[in-house]
Ligand binder design. Sequence first.
Ligand code: FA5
Length: 336
Amino acid sequence: MTELTQETLSELQVLAEAALTSSTNLDELSAAEAEALGKKSALTGLKKQLGGLEPEQRKEFGQLINATKSAIEATAAARRTELAQAARLVQLEEERLDLTELREEVKRGHYHLVTQARDRLEDVFVAMGFKVAEGPEVETAWYNFEALNIPDWHPARGSFDTIFVDLGEPEEVMLRSHTSPVQIRTMENQKPPIYIVAPGRTFRTDVADATHLPAFNQIEGLVIDRGITLGDLAGTIDAFVKAFFGHDVLTRLRPSYFPFTEPSAEFDISRADGSWLELGGCGMVHPNVLANCGIDPDEWQGFAFGFGIDRLAVMRYQLDDIRELVNNDVRFLRQF
Ligand code: FA5
């Protein structure tokens, strides 16, 4: 029988702790723990010898045995925590999903190039002090034509190739054929001074070809203030074109006719080959239009302009055909 001495207890502790710390999984650990502390363990055997000792010694060895047991239990608990953590890491590693392939598959989208052009236009004009306004895509004859100084007998109505909506009186409700109605809606609701741009969708019966779409985008500009001249209009267009296209692009105004501006002009920008491209129409707001909106033409003057955003995108990205913008060919759109 092993003798109950301090050395025996120390040896038992060293051996038990070595077995516990060298266990490589939770099963081995439980076995080592049972071996060290279980009913058939050497330690339990030694405990049984306490009964045969003198009271003094019994107390001393009782405490020694308990301390040894506690130390072994602490070592077992620490090893258990270590092994459980290691097992968790192994499990996580096994369950890990490899998403690298998936990530390659998912292509990130971006804004359509017409949206990009519209956003940049807004940025340029907002930086120049303009606010952004908007209006409905379905309009009445008053906003699309009459308030803009185009009465129903006026031949200019024909040039807008209007798409009418089957609602109310014949030719009374329509898809707006330009963004100019937003001029009227703005002047009805705001007192001058007014500095706004209004981008939005417009619709005409035009057949799609290399330079036309039946649904396209325009941006309207309107300035109403005191002492505004044609020089301000020309300067504003030049400043915007240079901010949008770069400083080597030139602009020019050509006399033209719109019922809602007087004088009216078309404005062109220079191309790399020296030729000119028409971008839109503009002019000084007609006194009748101001009066239609309750603004005194003797006190306030202003200019307006409107041009095609799709054509501008075609120009800026050097596309051959405006229809590329709406073919929805992702291989094409992805390039911009
Ligand atoms: C107008 O629509 C006037 N409201 C512009 C205006 C505003 C003049 C304010 C004066 C004061 P116009 O019909 O020319 O004008 O159209 C203006 C621009 O819209 C054209 O220069 C062109 O860039 C674009 N556009 C017109 N029709 C189409 C179409 N079918 N497809 C693509 N762009 C078009």
